[in-house]
Design a protein around this ligand. Sequence first.
Ligand code: EPU
Length: 425
Amino acid sequence: MLESMRIVGGKPLIGTIKISGSKNMALPALAAGLLTEEPITLTNVPELADIKSMMELLSYIGADISQIDKNTVSICTKNVKFLEAPYDFVRKMRASILVLGALIGRFGSASVSLPGGCAIGTRGVDLHIKALEELGATISLENGYIHAQAPRDGLIGTDINFPIVTITGVENVMMAACYAKGTTRLINSPIEPEVVAFADLLNKMGADITGHGTHIITINGVEKLHGTEFLIIPDRIEAGTYAVAAAATHGEIFLENCNYDHLSGFFSLLQKTGTCCKKKDNGVLVGKAKSQETIIHSLEVETAPYPGLATDLQAQLMVLITRCNGVSSITENIFENRFMHVPELVRMGADISIHGKTAILKGVPKLGGAHVMATDLRASVSLVIAGLIAEGETVVNRLYHLNRGYEDIDEKLRKCGAILERFCV
Ligand code: EPU
């Protein structure tokens, strides 16, 4: 049975939303559990479908996983049974590729299904493979699987140049390089907060990593990693999403636990549209200072690696600027197929045309409720926000994408006054 969401739009969202732990930091953190036979305990892990998928994959590999409470998970990989990630896991969630670096690092061997394409683009893993080869691994591609084998004496540290910034690519290689002999330098590394926090976690496990937060990460190989406890950082994409919801509905939301610094560029963009974003103790207050009639100013923006506009916030921001005064544009530079929300927003009355990588938006005074189809995680939530600002009723179909990345979204929005309900068709 497929789930849908019915939303009655037009109400400003007012209240407090507690930001959950970051999905995109929790996923590599769980995979890092494979790097040591001692338990690692992660707190502030969001309860999401993608997290569940990663835990299922780790269980298959042989991890002993204890769900201590809703958001605390302990993983012990003392008794690993299979050094592989089968197709059924990787098909469901691309981030399954993260077990590749961890398994080859600790055990010297791994087989992981190739992820193939996904809704937002082709998303190759060629850079993951090339980097592991540069560390000395022998890689073969057979029957849709990546088979990776380290030399008998282990991987060997080296300089690796990434031609484009890749988050999970670098996270994978960081894990493998922890056990490589000598020094590995990852040049053109991402500086996303999730990658920095991930390096902090590995260091807490006994790794010797420096330079995270700059574009060159240096990893000196170590003999052994050990168990630890780690607090997952707040989810900046979730926080940015609710910030847009506050701005677009002309409401006011306190984003509790939101780290302002992780989103300072995004808050500057929101401020340009006329939205107030104020750093407070333990969070950020976001909202429209003035009335519904306030003119929202147009924007010309493009997605880029951090600290640029996150591709994971592009769809949400687009909903806000459908009603900006004048002509705006959004260029998507990270993924080639991440405008799937556009035809749905057009059905709701938005004036958007796509020219290659760029969407041109002509401001419209209002959106109207419609039946729309969610296509991926961020597109789904953008349609929920569109439903919240539209006149009348919106039904968002194929809602399962939303469960992959937004913990307790219905309750969080309802607490701020949203009128919405799920139903099955
Ligand atoms: N790329 C290659 N070859 C590679 C690796 C990447 O061509 O070997 C390309 C991709 O196709 C893409 C670009 O490089 O065009 C950047 O991809 P990246 O590897 O950084 O993406 P990812 O690691 O697969 C993570 C997040 C995504 C987020 C992107 C970009 C996780 C688990 N996923 O994906 O999150 O959009 O970085 O910031 O961290 C989401 O949460 O909704 C989501 C899709």
